[in-house]
Design a protein around this ligand. Structure first.
Ligand code: AMP
Length: 197
């Protein structure tokens, strides 16, 4: 089965890079590790979802992050004749491990490829394996901003798990595995759910 992937964070970072009015408004929130206002995120994501046909499957990464976003998503899918959200995946990982992961993450300024100083180190330090671009830490992966993002998660995003649990859609998957182990855990869950095509 072909699954399209959409990441709200990636879409926002693209809008910031392009200097779109939406990106200009979102940038300050992102730099501080705060949530971007719902109306901006919804503008970006819902427009993309419209482009995905009703027969296609898709995975949303980092969206929805608030109840308002979840509600707007449900309404948009219904209005577009698309199937409702069927599963929400909760990756289980400690705050300590998240901090290690984010602090070691390095993104290519050229092609956006992800590397990690410990688990996916580039062959040449500071240089992207894929395109030779320069690797940088994400500005919001600075330690103080990571702490802020974890607090935002606890207060604003975590309650969404209860929303999907109440609908019988929440599935918990370990989130602290190697890249291959992570893939296996997610693929195994989708297979058990009969979503592997
Ligand atoms: P991410 O790449 O998912 O870690 O997101 C990076 C940043 O983009 C977050 O810290 C927020 O500032 C913003 N962001 C991404 N997705 C959303 C969303 N669904 N709602 C609000 N803000 C978001």
């Amino acid at each position: 089965m072909r699954i399209s992937a959409l990441s709200s964070g990636d879409l926002l970072r693209e809008a910031v890079r392009r200097g779109d009015p939406l990106g200009k408004e979102a940038a300050g929130y992102m730099r501080r590790g705060a949530l971007v206002p719902d109306r901006l995120v919804l503008d970006l994501i819902l427009e993309r979802l419209e482009g995905i046909g009703p027969e296609s499957s898709f995975a949303l990464d980092g969206f929805p992050r608030t109840r308002e976003q979840a509600k707007a998503l449900d309404e948009a899918l219904a209005a577009g004749g698309q199937a409702p959200v069927d599963l929400a995946v909760d990756f289980m990982i400690s705050a300590e491990k998240i901090i290690r992961r984010l602090a070691g993450r390095r993104i290519c300024g050229g092609c956006g490829a992800n590397h990690h100083l410990e688990t996916a180190a580039p062959e040449r330090p500071g240089t992207c394996d894929r395109c030779g671009g320069i690797l940088q830490a994400r500005p919001d992966d600075a330690p103080d901003t990571i702490r802020r993002r974890l607090e935002v998660y606890r207060q604003q995003i975590r309650p969404l798990a209860a929303h999907y649990r109440a609908q019988g859609k929440l599935r918990q998957v370990p989130g602290d595995l190697s890249i291959e182990g992570q893939y296996e855990a997610l693929a195994g869950m989708l297979k058990r759910e009969g979503r592997d095509g």
